[in-house]
Design a protein around this ligand. Sequence first.
Ligand code: ASP
Length: 313
Amino acid sequence: MKSPFAIAIHGGAGTILREQMSASLQQEITQTLEAAVRAGHQHLEQGGDSLDAVVAAVTLLEDSPLFNAGKGSVLTHQEMVEMDAAVMDGQQRRVGAIAGVKHIKNPVVLARDVLLHSEHVFLMGEGAEAFAFAHGHTYTEQDYFFTERRYEQLLAMKASDQTALSESVYPDDKKYGTVGAVALDQQGNLAAATSTGGISNKRYGRVGDSPIIGAGTLAENGNVAISATGVGEYFIRYQVAGEVAARMRYLQQDLVTACETVIQGELKQVGGEGGLIAIDQQGHIHFAMNSSGMYRAAIDCDGVCSVKIYADE
Ligand code: ASP
């Protein structure tokens, strides 16, 4: 019998409303999600490892202007992009994380390079970029990341002095558009990856939950791999990914119970809007969210592909 393998991805959770979504945008989003999940799945099918599978899926999402990572990153108060990313391999608990990079086309690939080639696990800012250029990444101008959509979003937020947008022409701008992936490979190894531009109008070198192991990203063999999306400040304070894993490890809670308890519990009551994707050692996948939607896709152990947007799907 073939060993089970499966993959799930997300393109961010938040307020995503049917009545504001155009058919053409919805189609673009679902097509990109499907392409990304298939890119990751192909690695698994060919016997590749889960770490490369999650990086392949997230790279494709980073290259799309539709999501808040890589090319489509939101803008800071200074009208720059500053991106964060992390990868974790559940087999040996190896980690690569970066924060506040401005000139790296694919932050998730850099995070994997930190995992593979650095004695450290978490690099930030200029140091992370120096490491990147020493390891074959090319300098990418900020212009590459600039999109009209994110500029309009920033201007609207500056006008209302917010860090979360209330009015916008884009149906999903009240959404945290981080991207992520989790996978189980045929060797039984779990991995997770998360990549983000953070939140629009952020200041002072703000870093969210995405690159922080145990907050936005986690993978541990024998238990679970998780990638989260939402208001990073809350996901850090409530150690969201670590809390799900601890519930499964110590309380023997199943995947669904552990994820739902955390996402629908105190986190939600205090304003921690968002969600997560998770996969357990058997390849069961769960999507949990306390928001009206989360862009997401999966190919399960039976090879069935699904792509969804709204919470009630
Ligand atoms: N969690 C991310 C952050 O706070 C935002 C997101 O999920 O889009 O940086």
